[in-house]
Design a protein around this ligand. Structure first.
Ligand SMILES: Nc1ncnc2c1ncn2[C@@H]1O[C@H](COP(=O)(O)OP(=O)(O)OP(=O)(O)O)[C@@H](O)[C@H]1O
Length: 668
């Protein structure tokens, strides 16, 4: 069926839209033909068209229901000469009260209003019709001073007015809801930006208190194995945490049933008053909803206490249910993060506890104090000391005692990499930056983000590498090789060397500006020979440690062995002492270790076998090199990097040489 409606009334071409807007939605639901009724009514009484136009305007301009009712009364009174209109509203006591009026209206008794209400539409003078609206109190519109108003006109007015009011309330609810959703979104966005669990719980409670107009809010997390609910924040409780049994009170009921609970003034007896006592607070009204995880299991409850104006409503309950869905999602991921953090902290603690800095000499006591002080800062550190004197141990301690301990500690040996590789290793490279750069790779600086980068053998770094390092230390940005963009980084640099840096600076092999940058905080490790009795303490510790590993009784060190250890110059420092004790523990089965069996190198150092003079020079050289390398590998337990270091060659050169001499398989 095609509807065509053309109306013309003093230039008001918007009338057909009004009809369409007001009545088309009603057409499907009604057997009655609305256009027929309106058409006939307007034909009978053309003023109706003006009235409808004015009603239409009210729909667009009224800010709230009371303005709309004012407008409706005005529209009715203006449309008929001498007319007056009033709107009556039934109170919770049963009485009727005038809420809006226009024109000269008369007083109407409650019993009369009640009669009109029951009759629905009453023609005559006064004429009246009811406005029955869902979830709203009863309302009545009374029109006076229009004695000849035909019943059909009154019916049309009632029908259009009812529809207009219904539409207005629906629109208002929609806009209320969209505003609420907007506010909720802003609130939830803030939660997402808070990453530590306690601050998150506080933020949730604070913002939802404001959002729902309540006095307080708490989030309870369910510790099922302990049958406890842990509520936060709990004002007035030490450390802001409230622990209650999980089978008591309203929150207990919510987690046990998974259903929301609303308690108002009247039903206050359900409230767990023990909690009130603990919090020195009086709960009047309460609303609590469950917090469900992704699998739909209850893991806590979200509770609002004391609605500021009256009791919590169904709308509040629905709202809190929605808020709880978001809260649960944020909490769940934050708990996972908190779990991961805790796990990371535990790993960091375990790693920290494994680091041993043994020694009771004044130098070591002072060193420990220094480490404590340095760890508390963010400054770069320069650790100086001979080979094997414990530079790496100290650097690790600084990291694990700092508040970066849960973040990565990345170590790079600057001497172990050729210049070209070192730069890409430290600063990373973009795909195609150089031949062989098949993929984009993050550098060690990026990998150490938030933590510490340990640059061992810094004295071996190339001058271009030093320039880049200086830039990173000054600007806190790195640029990958072949890259254009600066990447911001927050990394603490600890550099170490056994070289004489001021001498390298003089020789122009080390940048002076970088030296000053690194030397802000420096730690000098004394050689082992200057640590007095620490030699014996360390020897004893290592001996015990390796004897346990070797599953043997701990041997005793004789007096002359101790003297010998104290007199030895320890060129290889603690590493040498450690290796010596390791050899004893594994290779010497005596119960008492005397000086004769101590495998100590003399001051001239151990000898490598003499080479036969019958060989030609090339063969003799090869033989010597093979013996020399084998000796060093044996001393370092096969550690090629260390052996190369001790021989003063690069690891890759050692590898190549060993292949050449047939000490390695071709494949290796
Ligand atoms: N004070 C100490 N207490 C216990 N062990 C230590 C101590 N100092 C060093 N060590 C041990 O000695 C060995 C060498 O230490 P570390 O690697 O820290 O020395 P380094 O100065 O960094 O050596 P290099 O100069 O060769 O890099 C390690 O096995 C380390 O655990």
């Amino acid at each position: 069926m095609v509807w065509r409606l053309f109306l013309y009334n003093g230039g008001e071409v918007r009338i057909p839209f009004l009809f369409a807007e007001l009545l088309l939605p009603a057409m499907n639901s009604s057997d009655h033909d609305p256009f027929q009724l309106l058409g006939e009514a307007i034909q009978e009484n053309p003023r109706l068209a003006t009235m409808l136009t004015q009603l239409w305007r009210q729909l667009g301009t009224a800010q709230d229901l009371s303005q709309l009712f004012d407008g409706i009364c005005q529209a009715l009174a203006k449309s008929f000469p001498g007319a007056a209109a009033q709107l009556l509203c039934q109170q919770s006591t049963g009485d009727w009260k005038r809420m809006a009026s226009a024109g000269k209206t008369s007083a109407i008794s409650s019993s009369q209003s009640q009669q009109w209400m029951q009759a629905d539409i009453t023609s005559g003078d006064p004429a009246a019709f009811s406005l029955p609206l869902e979830n709203e109190p009863h309302r009545l519109l009374v029109l006076e001073g229009v004695p000849g108003l035909p019943a059909r006109s009154l019916q049309a007015i009632a029908q259009v007015t009812r529809f207009a009011v219904k539409r207005f309330i629906e629109n208002q609810n929609k806009s209320d809801r969209s505003q609420r959703l907007k506010a909720m979104l802003t609130m939830v966005q803030r939660w997402h930006q808070t990453d530590d669990l306690i601050s998150l719980l506080n933020e949730m409670a604070e913002s939802s208190t404001e959002f729902f107009g309540a006095e307080r809010a708490s989030i309870f997390l369910w510790d099922k194995p302990k049958h406890q609910l842990i509520g936060r924040p709990a004002l007035g409780v030490e450390d802001g945490k409230l622990v209650v049994p999980d089978d008591k009170g309203v929150v207990g009921a919510v987690v046990q049933t998974g259903e929301p609970r609303r308690v108002d003034d009247m039903l206050g007896h359900e409230v767990n008053r023990d909690i009130d006592k603990q919090l020195e607070f009086h709960t009047r009204s309460l609303l609590a909803v469950p917090l469900l995880d992704r699998k739909g299991k209850v893991f806590g409850a979200f509770e609002l206490i004391n609605k500021l104006d009256g009791n919590f409503t169904t709308k509040d309950e629905q709202g809190l249910m929605e808020v709880a869905v978001h809260a649960a999602a944020v909490l769940e991921s934050s708990q996972q993060i908190a779990g991961l953090m805790e796990c990371r902290d535990r790993i960091a603690q375990a790693q920290a506890s494994e680091i041993q800095l043994i020694g009771e000499s004044p130098a070591m006591i002072e060193l420990r104090k220094n480490i404590d002080r340095i760890a508390a800062t963010k400054l770069p550190v320069l650790v100086l000391g001979e080979n094997g004197s414990g530079k790496e141990v100290v650097s690790r301690l600084i990291h694990y005692q700092s508040d970066r301990r849960s973040q990565p500690l990345v170590a790079v040996n600057c001497a172990a990499l050729p210049d070209t590789l070192l730069e890409s290793e430290l600063f990373g490279h973009e795909k195609g930056a150089f031949t062989g750069a098949h993929e984009t790779k993050a550098g060690k600086f990026e990998l150490a983000s938030g933590g510490t980068l340990f640059l061992d053998e810094i004295g071996d770094m190339s001058l271009p590498g030093q320039a880049k390092l200086l830039r990173v230390l000054e600007n806190h940005v790195v640029t990958r090789l072949g890259g254009q963009t600066d990447i911001e980084i927050d990394v603490r640099v600890i550099a170490a060397t056994n070289q004489d840096l001021p001498k390298l600076v003089k020789e122009k092999k080390f940048r002076q500006d970088l030296f000053y940058r690194l030397d802000v905080v420096s730690v000098n490790l004394p050689p082992l020979r200057d640590r007095g009795n620490d030699i014996l303490i360390l020897a004893q510790q290592f001996l015990e440690q390796f004897s346990r590993k070797a599953h043997r009784e701990i041997p005793m060190l004789s007096a002359d062995a101790k003297d010998c250890l104290l007199a030895h110059p320890w060129p290889g420092n603690i590493r040498e002492l450690r290796n010596t004790m390791e050899r004893i523990a594994f290779l010497c089965d005596r119960e008492v270790i005397t000086s004769e069996v101590l495998p100590l190198e003399t001051s001239t150092g151990p000898q490598v076998h003499q080479v036969s003079a019958q060989l030609d020079l090339a063969a003799a050289t090869d033989r010597f090199q093979a013996d020399f390398i084998s000796y060093h590998l044996g001393r370092t337990g096969g550690n090629m990097a260390q052996a190369a270091k001790n021989m003063g060659v690069h690891r890759s050169n050692l590898h190549r040489k060993m292949k050449q001499l047939g000490l390695l398989d071709e494949k290796e």
